[in-house]
Design a protein around this ligand. Structure first.
Ligand code: T1G
Length: 700
């Protein structure tokens, strides 16, 4: 094993290089190597300055998250950074790719930072339910000021090199060879004998806040935003607040203790689970490791409606030319106009420049008729959810599109195999299920048909990541993974309302659980009439929902649904009229209403989804419990600090989930609530979905 940290000389400059692929994480050997070589270079009188650089695609992307929870090995990151901070000659960090978390903290331990122009710098610990634990909450505010540091720490989002230069986090942007530029910068420092800039000893940026401490609370409240109540954001505010009154050495000790406290919280464990689950989800267990993606230089989207338009924007946003296909000039014009309006609204909100709008629009061209797909490497069909229409389109695409083109369908419910078999090349057909609004929602369910070729699947994954989606590969079944589980919640939510709860009570419990919206407010957003028309066509009836629809209460679009909505507002207001409709429906069904607790609401809306998740794993529709978690985290607003339905079940205990489901199944005589075989087995064996995941990984 070669040393992950090495030192070479460029004249009087010592260049220390970290080389620990894939992201130069600060595992033990890297920390020890940094400490040793900085001390060596400092002790060597012939060294006038030190440059810290990284090999590979990025600067240090943080502490090694896989080491968390394991016995700590010295030196700790704080010890290594303190030694770097105490070096008696100029130290310069040369940043490319991403300097994140502990990586930025190491750079903050250096006197100066230079960066390549596309570098990104940030402290994403908050996204792991943590705070910077190696001086970041103390050095960053001292270097750039509290008002700039707090948003970086509390959002967890990286800033660009140019923003970092503006904020004083970076001292110079290097064009061309970064390390050569850093060495030149270091030589200048050595020759100019400048005083060493140590963030740990800087106070001038804190003066204003020390004079007006209440100003701190204003900035903090704004930066915390909607994360109020979560442990890590509150701890981050407390930690940064120490810069106002606590000496540096004492403050980083306390910061460390706060970090260690957060490390053992369910919130952080859940968010770390989500981090790795998202990365695991792109690995198809049975796919040969050498499977290559097909090249996708040009895309086409069939259907210029809300979904089609959003999908086309994803490709343009990623710089991939895309043709939007419609049946008439009129529809095409409307589709393109909606996209332009979308971009212009973003520009109005300052989310992009006018030039960006024109650049993205220039990548979207329109065409009437399927002929427009002939040059595309990937075609995504996003037309009305009707099997006959989709099969007709795929039959035609089969003849029009070039050899090797990926033929994808955005269906959310229909059988991808049946669609694939309407072509002579089912191996090129795959489901790419986007979520509305497609240009915003991160989740992409990639639905592999029984004949989908491995390189077609890999291409969908690669393109999915290129267009900034979180791809998860699932099998073919009704509603795939997300909608299939959501259906279980919907059934129980409707029953709870007939048995005694009110929509606002079910939604309140769901919000308290951490979802951004409850099932009934969601029904109003999606439109109550959508389900009503499908049920009517099937001769089925949902007493409450259909009575609302028959009264013209379609939800937000008619200003009335399960709730009332004042003009221009999306705030749901409970309506006594709905309560009357519900009481009548219970009476009509001969149901004696009873009080229903929040606990029961959660048990009957969340546990059935977990149960359905277990059935989905039994059938192999999802490859890992973590995949189901990623789908719910990125597609259905599952609170990240609960890690996803399957991870959450482990924190509650599978035995408890199983027993409560069995209890409700018996009480209600509802067979759909009976525990899935897999859930029952794991509960009996005292196992978890996490242990199942590692069994699956080993078996693959
Ligand atoms: N530790 C361990 N493994 C990591 C890692 C890390 N910090 N970052 C990435 N990996 C693995 C990842 O699991 C994947 O593995 C591979 O590297 C490529 O990652 C004290 C405590 C850097 C922007 O939160 O955001 O420092 O799946 O697929 O899309 O204050 O990785 O191939 O086996 O994501 O190019 C703070 C986390 C840590 C940054 C690159 N740092 N990483 O994205 O590749 S906490 C972070 C990322 C901390 C200190 C605290 C991204 C990336 P595999 P990838 P990518």
């Amino acid at each position: 094993m070669s040393d992950p940290v090495t030192l070479r000389r460029e004249g009087a400059i010592a260049v220390i290089t970290v080389d620990n692929p894939p992201v130069n994480a600060l595992k033990h050997a890297v920390r020890a190597g940094l400490q040793k070589l900085f001390k060596e270079a400092d002790a060597d009188a012939s060294v006038q300055a030190i440059v810290l650089a990284c090999a590979g695609r990025t600067f240090i992307a943080g502490a090694d998250i896989t080491e968390f929870g394991k016995p700590p090995m010295a030196p700790s990151l704080i010890e290594a950074i303190t030694d770097i901070d105490n070096v008696s000659k100029p130290t310069v960090a040369a940043i490319h790719g991403t300097a994140l978390g502990g990586g930025l903290e190491v750079a903050l331990g250096c006197n100066y930072r230079v960066a390549s122009k596309d570098a990104k710098l940030g402290l994403p610990e908050i996204k792991l339910g943590l705070i910077p634990g190696a001086g970041g909450t103390q050095r960053l505010p001292r270097l750039i000021g509290i008002d700039k540091a707090l948003p970086i720490i509390l959002s967890g989002n990286p800033i660009s090199a140019s923003q970092a230069l503006q904020d004083g986090l970076v001292d110079e942007i290097i064009e061309g060879d970064l390390t050569a530029g850093a060495i030149a910068f270091a030589k200048r420092l050595a020759s100019e004998q400048l005083s060493l800039k140590r963030a740990s000893r800087m106070e001038d940026k804190l003066t204003e806040f020390r004079k007006n401490p209440e100003k701190f609370n204003e900035v903090a409240a704004k930066a915390v935003g909607r994360n109020k109540g979560l442990k890590a954001p509150m701890a981050a505010v407390e930690a940064v607040k120490m810069t106002l009154s606590v000496p540096f050495e004492e403050a980083i000790k306390r910061e460390r203790n706060m970090f260690i406290e957060l490390l053992v919280t369910d919130e952080s464990k859940s968010q770390r689970h989500a981090f790795f689950a998202e990365r695991e989800a792109t690995k198809v267990l049975d796919m040969p490791a050498d499977t290559k993606s097909r090249e996708v230089k040009q895309a086409a989207v069939i259907g210029g409606g809300t979904m089609g338009g959003g999908i086309a924007m994803c490709f343009a946003n990623a710089g991939i030319p895309v043709t939007l296909i419609e049946t008439t000039d009129e529809f095409l014009k409307n589709g393109l106009a909606k996209i332009r309006t979308n971009y212009e609204n973003t520009a109005k909100r300052g989310g992009m420049s006018e030039a960006d709008v024109e650049k993205r629009m220039s990548l979207i061209k329109g065409a009437v008729g399927l002929e427009g797909t002939k040059d595309a490497d990937m075609v995504i069909e996003a037309v009305f959810e009707e099997m006959g229409l989709k099969k007709e389109i795929f039959g035609k695409l089969d003849k029009i599109t070039k050899k090797g083109a990926i033929l994808a369908t955005n269906t959310s419910t229909l059988d991808v195999n049946e669609i694939a078999n309407s072509t002579s090349r089912p191996q090129d057909v795959i489901g790419m299920h986007f979520f509305s609004p497609a240009n915003i929602m991160k989740l992409l369910e990639i639905v592999r048909g029984e004949k989908s070729a491995f390189d077609a699947i890999q291409t969908a994954i690669t393109v999915g990541r290129k267009i900034a989606k979180v791809p998860v590969v699932v099998g073919v079944c009704y509603g795939f993974v997300g909608n299939r589980m959501l259906h279980r919640r919907g059934v129980q939510a409707d029953r709870l309302v007939l048995e005694g709860a009110l929509p606002q009570e079910v939604d309140a419990a769901t919000l308290e659980f951490g979802f951004p919206m409850g099932p009934f407010a969601m029904g109003d957003l999606a439109g109550i009439d959508v389900g009503w028309r499908i049920r009517r066509a099937r001769g089925e009836r949902n007493e409450v929902a259909d009575t609302l629809a028959e009264a013209g209460r379609f939800g937000q679009k008619t200003g009335k649904g399960y709730y009332i909505y004042e003009k221009g507002s999306r705030t749901p207001i409970p309506d006594p009229e709905v309560e009357k409709i519900i009481l009548d429906a219970s009476a009509k069904k001969g149901i004696k209403r009873r009080p229903i607790s929040k606990q029961e609401i959660i048990e009957r809306t969340v546990y059935p989804m977990i149960n359905e998740g277990a059935r989905i794993l039994e059938e192999g529709i999802a490859s890992r419990p973590g995949d189901i978690d990623v789908i719910w985290l990125y597609g259905y607003g599952w609170p990240v600090w609960r890690g996803g339905p399957m991870h959450y079940a482990d924190t509650v205990g599978l035995k408890h989930v199983r027993d409560r489901l069995a209890h409700h199944a018996k009480e209600l005589g509802d067979k759909s609530l009976e525990p899935a075989k897999l859930l029952d087995r794991l509960a009996n064996e005292g196992k978890t979905f996490a242990s199942l995941a590692s069994e699956m990984k080993k078996a693959s």
